[in-house]
Ligand binder design. Sequence first.
Ligand code: SIN
Length: 301
Amino acid sequence: MALNADLRSPESAAHLRNSAAEAHAFSPNVGAEISGVDLSQPLSDRDYRTIRQALLDYGVIFFRDQNITPEQHIAFAERFGPININRFFTHIEGYPQIAEVRKEPEQKINIGGGWHTDHSYDQIPALGSVLVARELPEQGGDTLFANMALAYETLSPGLKRTLEGLNAVHSSRHVFGAAAAAKVTAETANDLKNRLGNSDAATQDSLHPVVIRHPESGKKILYVNPGFTLKFEGWTADESRPLLKFLYNHAMRPEFSCRFQWREGSIAFWDNRSTWHYALNDYHGSRRLMHRITIEGMPLV
Ligand code: SIN
């Protein structure tokens, strides 16, 4: 289903413009829906503050019934920080700031189809991403988000003490790098062709505390993820695996997460420090096209 036309009635567009942004919890533990704001218009300072606070409070925020151009997408993201130009994703024609997250009907692999947090392999990981739905399958293609502050909070005091002394090694090499490219079958490489590339640029390794303090909210967060974390610093990968597996199983508890069902006009904006996300791959034979802008973050401690 292509999403190009302005699908809003004049009344609903006027309603979005004339009221103030408000956040409403989307699920008990993560996510909020923001109403009363039209993202095709410049954000007022008040709406900007409401949105920024909601992102900190809820980890991911959702907008419905929006209709924005690539320029408006960029203008919205830039209110929150400089844009990170993605090294590996194909970007949309004429807009290097906007990465394409795309799966065609004949393709089997989707991008982001496992729990992860974007850019943890960077020394200064991204603040978050603003994902705009451009074309959706009739059914499927939802995205899951998990609350990693809650994942930390619900660990035992003993395990919290152990984790606070640890750093973890994160890397882009095994996902986007030449070694990853060499391991995939010709069929997989063909499936990913024109979507991911530039494997020579996958040279990032980073070390982050396993428990970070969120640079804005100050909340403690469990900061390891199945996508990019390799091991604990000073431990072998084999030694790290059982504890990482325990932490991942704990963080994947369904009650820590929410499931966002995309509709025409939906936008999600997530905080990469305090959440994980997972793009479901249950729509083979259909096209799904999303536009993603990632915003630069600040150093983690
Ligand atoms: C991503 O992992 O950035 C993509 C999320 C999605 O397509 O829902």
